[in-house]
Design a protein around this ligand. Sequence first.
Ligand SMILES: C[S@@+](CC[C@H](N)C(=O)[O-])C[C@H]1O[C@@H](n2cnc3c(N)ncnc32)[C@H](O)[C@@H]1O
Length: 431
Amino acid sequence: MRRKTRRGGGRQMELTVETLGARGDGVTQLDGRPVFLPMTLPGDRVIARIQGERGGGLKAEVVELLETGSGRVDPPCPHFGPCGGCTVQHLDPAPYGEWKRDLVVQGLERRGFSADIVAPLIQTAPGSRRRMSLRALKQGKKLRLGFNGRESRFIVDLETCLLVTPGLRALIAPLRAALSAALAEREQADIVVTETQTGLDLLISSAANLDLQARENWAAFAEAQDLARLSWQHPDEESEPLSVRRGPQVSFGGIAVEPVPGGFLQPSVEGERTLTDLVMSFVPKAAETIADLFSGAGTFTFPLAARARVHAVEGDERSVAALWSAARRADLANRITVEQRDLMRQPVGADELEGGDCVVFDPPRAGARDQALELGDSSIATVIAVSCNPNTFGRDARILVDSGYELTEVTPVDQFPWSGHVELVACFKRN
Ligand SMILES: C[S@@+](CC[C@H](N)C(=O)[O-])C[C@H]1O[C@@H](n2cnc3c(N)ncnc32)[C@H](O)[C@@H]1O
């Protein structure tokens, strides 16, 4: 490492990138601290300018790329760089896949598990994301519509997005035009669009005016774009449908479910199928009673109900309602029971799990420490975990293994191409 002149307020120096960090930034060491270099790769030699602190280290920007390491490819998206949606489009697919798997390995190794239990990564193709969450802001005559920038709340105005399905991509331009007409200066909106089997389901959350004319305009927009449903949510209020032209519908294990506007769904149909197949492959043949904890609207509940009686537990009231009405419509009220419960505050106790054969748990990023402690005290023979955070999964897995379970297999699944997010499905067996 060679120090260079001070310029632009930050130290400039030559650095060689050593590794790719968890968020997809190149990392090297300076005076014993990590330096994060966005859009670089291991082996890159750069002139970098230190910009300030980040976490326990420093963040820096590349002033000049002197030499490239191996595996660099041209990023396919024109927004790569400023856009915060993707951080690793510049890496060849093979080392990219190894890096993603390694994120899971690291989460487990930190808790004393061996890398050997981690299977190869299963990848989901870009262009398959069925959900797009955007922000909009009107400034002067211009409306910005897109994702947050890298480590900033500045909205990167999107022309396209290679992650989402063609149907979602095609909505970006008309949505920009409609929001531009609907929002006043400095007004903002959060948008969630989901591609369902019956068409696009659009939720706009905004404090913007929603008088009769605005309602008519949005109904006309829904008509022109052939949306299945368009809902509006004012701050601190429930969402209300402005146009329902067809009931939006997704299918879990062949059962039709009406998704909650903006509610949780696995990001792609392909990824959901992969996770479901993995979960189902671990369910014991003889299982008669299964608990599905953090069930959402029933992604795993319905496939599981084809094999056993299922008790689904979920915190979100509207997801519970969607699951239950789909179960009743499909005549599955004798196979499925539902419970709305805050599983962080009130995990399902070991005593309540008595007599069950299998538990599936799929918590949010924070993991489910207290639920894992209860499972550890239970006599459940098979626990199947789905996780979107290798670090909290590692912590919860350690709890289960220290209470007598064996962690038999962990399969990483990449539902978030080109980002530092990775999911996994794991199986624990009681010895
Ligand atoms: C990763 S999602 C999984 C949902 C479902 N298994 C699926 O695959 O669609 C996590 C779920 O946990 C729910 N959740 C979050 N916090 C919760 C809590 N404190 N108690 C119960 N459920 C919670 C969310 O509403 C969400 O449905």
